[in-house]
Design a binder for this molecule. Structure first.
Ligand SMILES: [Zn+2]
Length: 109
């Protein structure tokens, strides 16, 4: 074995070790580990907006419809939700403000 092949073997080992370390501890570890960082979030999401009509979480980037009411932009999962909102924004905002209560027919005053 001459010096040249020793050198290339060393280089190979070096890169192999580097690759191993990267896979083990570096960015490769994400790919190897089963836990992806997919954002399949449940509740308490990341900055999403709530559709005030149906209560769905809406990603503003993907929202089908948006409507500005009283200086705030509301996002909707569908144009029909937006239409309903625009017909009577305050009704839906009041319902949304009440939180998790089911849609009831009762109203006070
Ligand atoms: Zn909706």
């Amino acid at each position: 074995m001459d010096a040249d092949s020793l050198k290339s073997l060393g280089t190979l080992l070096f890169w192999g070790l580097l690759f191993f370390l990267m896979m083990r501890f570096g960015c490769g570890a994400h790919m190897m580990g089963g836990h992806g960082h997919g954002r399949h979030g449940g509740h308490g999401g990341s900055g999403g907006e709530k559709d005030p009509v149906c209560g769905m979480d809406v990603d503003p980037g993907k929202a089908v419809g948006a409507s500005v009411h009283a200086g705030k932009t509301y996002y909707f999962c569908s144009t029909s939700c937006r239409d309903q909102f625009e017909q009577d924004p305050r009704k839906h905002l009041a319902a949304a403000a009440q939180g998790d209560q089911p849609h009831g027919g009762h109203h006070h005053g």
